[in-house]
Design a protein around this ligand. Structure first.
Ligand SMILES: *[C@@H]1O[C@H](CO)[C@@H](O)[C@H](O)[C@H]1NC(C)=O
Ligand SMILES: *[C@@H]1O[C@H](CO)[C@@H](O)[C@H](O)[C@H]1NC(C)=O
Ligand SMILES: *[C@@H]1O[C@H](CO)[C@@H](O)[C@H](O)[C@H]1NC(C)=O
Ligand SMILES: *[C@@H]1O[C@H](CO)[C@@H](O)[C@H](O)[C@H]1NC(C)=O
Length: 373
């Protein structure tokens, strides 16, 4: 009897422990689920793309956004910073895109804003508005991560492919950019800069992936104060110290910051930010030679003059393409035909690299469109 009671007591105890263990498991699972949904908020399946458009950059910016929606399969959010008189033009253009295209993105339009104290100084630095990008982490406080691109960027692959690099960041990385040059003999920073710059040849800020949560949290080492400074506190002293020595505006400031904090920068290869410099004297971007160009950057106005017809051909092909048409016959084939006429230039000779990745992106995008229908 006694032993029987003992057994039932120990059974009760056992049951009690089991309940405790089950409760604990539930608790752990709930915690994991919660942190899972937080991660989802950051990695919400969308790519967040920002651009700053001023002056005559409307058409160019729309071509960039068009290339992004054409090839991306995952949803996008556009953050468009523009001068006030461009806002309506952007709205009108984007709202006129077909419904099926519009279902792939949302957009928000913002005015150009600078910290009040020194608005004038910031505006006149470099081209109007260019330094806006430095303030994105402070303006878009609720946004975790962002891909900033210049208006003269064209995507030749889905935006989510570059977005995925965020997950390759180690714990000290907070931004990713490509080198300014592959070839030090024609590099600008290593030959002419009168300020510190990142690495051997500096970095180019035309395609800049940022984990802004980390940018806002980090204290940056610098050559102005012995204490490290937060992003919001480092920009103005940096401008004051170097304003007489900088040539490329805010890109130079980024170079100075990452010179002193090199462990914070993830450097991605040149095919993610492919410029005329990579082919103008013969191809010098090895990774593009192998895998093709992923993102084309037509800097120095090459989409609008005749200096680099191969770059212009890509821009024109994307602009002329009508949504809904077959991308192989109405985008890729006309582009290949016009690139053939550029074979008399160095970049024209490398232009099979412009379509290598694009071809594959188009096949995947068409397959996705068929699946959605
Ligand atoms: C755009 O926003 C609406 C409303 O918030 C949402 O339902 C939709 O999923 C969003 N679309 C994309 C592509 O993010
Ligand atoms: C950005 O960094 C924060 C803090 O380390 C992290 O919680 C977040 O998941 C990161 N975002 C992305 C998209 O990797
Ligand atoms: C600016 O350039 C001049 C000339 O090269 C140099 O002497 C000076 O130290 C530079 N200023 C800073 C802040 O580096
Ligand atoms: C992250 O990688 C950079 C090189 O890109 C390196 O300098 C840094 O030490 C790494 N950080 C950690 C925590 O491993």
């Amino acid at each position: 009897m006694l032993s029987f009671a003992n057994v039932s007591v120990s059974m009760l105890l056992c049951e009690y422990k089991l309940r405790l263990i089950i409760d604990l498991l539930h608790f752990v699972l709930a915690l994991r689920k919660r942190s899972g949904s937080e991660v989802q908020e950051h990695g919400d399946g969308r790519s967040h793309l920002a651009v700053v458009a001023c002056g005559p950059r409307l058409e160019e910016t729309l071509a960039m956004l068009k290339s992004a929606v054409l090839l991306s399969i995952k949803p996008l959010h556009f953050y468009i910073f523009a001068e006030d008189d461009l806002h309506d033009h952007f709205r009108k253009a984007l709202d006129s895109w077909p419904r099926t295209v519009q279902s792939k993105f949302n957009y928000t339009i913002y005015p150009i804003t600078f910290p009040k104290e020194n608005a004038k100084e910031w505006k006149k630095l470099f081209k109007p508005c260019a330094s806006q990008r430095l303030f994105l982490p402070l303006i878009l406080k609720e946004v975790d991560s962002l891909l900033y691109v210049d208006t003269d960027i064209l995507f030749l692959q889905p935006v989510e492919d570059i977005w995925a690099l965020l997950s390759q960041f180690n714990s000290s990385h907070l931004a990713a950019m490509a080198p300014e040059h592959e070839e030090p003999r024609i590099g600008w920073y290593n030959r002419f800069a009168r300020h510190p710059y990142y690495g051997k040849t500096g970095i180019n800020s035309g395609v800049m992936l940022m984990n802004m949560t980390r940018l806002r949290e980090k204290s940056f080492k610098n050559d102005m104060t012995t204490v490290a400074l937060k992003w919001e506190d480092i920009l103005m002293p940096l401008l004051q110290k170097y304003k007489l020595n900088i040539t490329w505006g805010d890109q130079d400031l980024l170079n100075i910051i990452f010179h002193h904090n090199p462990e914070s920068l993830y450097v991605f290869p040149c095919q993610w930010n492919y410029r005329p410099d990579h082919c103008i004297y013969g191809s010098n971007c090895q990774q593009a030679d192998q895998e093709g160009v992923f993102i084309l950057h037509g800097n120095r106005g090459v989409y609008h003059d005749d200096k680099q017809p191969a770059f212009r051909a890509v821009y024109d092909a994307i602009r002329k393409y009508t949504f809904g048409e077959n991308m192989e016959t109405s985008l890729l084939q006309p582009l290949e035909a016009s690139l053939q006429t550029t074979a008399n230039t160095y970049c024209g000779r490398a232009s099979h690299l412009f379509t290598k990745k694009l071809k594959r992106s188009i096949v995947s995008a068409q397959q996705d469109a068929t699946r959605r229908r």
